[in-house]
Design a protein around this ligand. Sequence first.
Ligand code: SF4
Length: 409
Amino acid sequence: MTDTSQRVLSLIVNDSSLDPDLRRIAEKVEAGERISFAEGVILYEKAELGYLGVLSNFVREKLHGHKTYFNRNFHIEPTNLCVYDCKFCSYSRLIKQKEEGWELSMNEMLDMVKKYDNEPVTEVHIVGGVLPQYDMKFYSELFSSIKAHRPELHVKALTPVEYHYIFKKAKVDYATGMRLMKEAGLESMPGGGAEIFNPEIREVICKDKCTAEQWLQIHEEWHKLGQRSNATILYGHIEKYWHRVDHMEQLRQLQDKTKGFQAFIPLKFRNQGNQMSNIEEVSVIEDLRNYAISRIYLDNFDHIKAYWAMISRNTAQLSLNFGVDDIDGTLDDTTKIYSMAGAEEQNPAMSTKELVHLIKQAGRHPIERDTLYHVVTDYNDYVFEEVPKPQFYKLPVINAMEVERKENE
Ligand code: SF4
């Protein structure tokens, strides 16, 4: 941690006017002790943004100093048609709305990969809707074809929602299914589909897809193979604070067991174009509180990640002072998931230079990573080559005062 983050935390710990519960939590954070479920709920119910910023920044800087990670990636979204009907989903169209959807063929997806042949991307991120034709055989062939074409491109693909569906259809258990996916070329799993683990909330917002237990079990099987994955939470809709803590508690317990998660990614519920549009979105303050509490609660997760495409560049920049140490990817306008839900970024793409600038402006140290957090380039002292300015013909300058002076001569 930096001296400043330690000093500011000490001020809080020594503040006798502070609520005793919050003071005890601050002491625990300073001592590197784990906070309890009940304390997680107290943070959500009582803690103000400033206090949470101090605690989460202390933890963040203890783990990473000023280092802030990003990667160069692109997305492939095979289809936005889906057999499920999650109420918060702005992205999917039911099969009966086929005319509003897309279904990419194997060749179309491989062409997308080839489009990046001369680009220094390190990862392809594949997620989309669930359809019968995108089965185990299809995805095995897709992964192996991508690896055959570009072996060093990391394949991060599909969530337990898709895996549960395709394994069931193929009549294989989770352990066998994940092993076969790994053999086909899958290298890591993104964190989606987790939503909120509580079954009552799930029953209302996403009752048809895999359960929380199944989601956790599939990650566990994947981790047992020595592989890594991420985890998400969808917050800010009908859940209560304790549901968020319960969600993180289940992740924390699995992480104690497997150590396979890399990053936790809080996903904000956006209310456009879905069946929960009547629910007001939470404020930016609540977004930042949520990042901060995640950082404090999930003491066994290395990284807290913000999707700038979902929360906007400005909030992503702010989040770097509230526990976040990773801002996802250059994206290159290859994802529609956030824009269709009403995110400010309608064509999300950032150049490396822009991402580096965004991180540096926040006083942090930008590092391009690969999917497994190996350093690709350290941009702290990096100077970008100046792009030569366009040349223009020099035009005679008409200076009104000069003309007037000449006329008077
Ligand atoms: S959230 Fe995923 S599983 Fe649910 S409807 Fe949307 S695309 Fe389908």
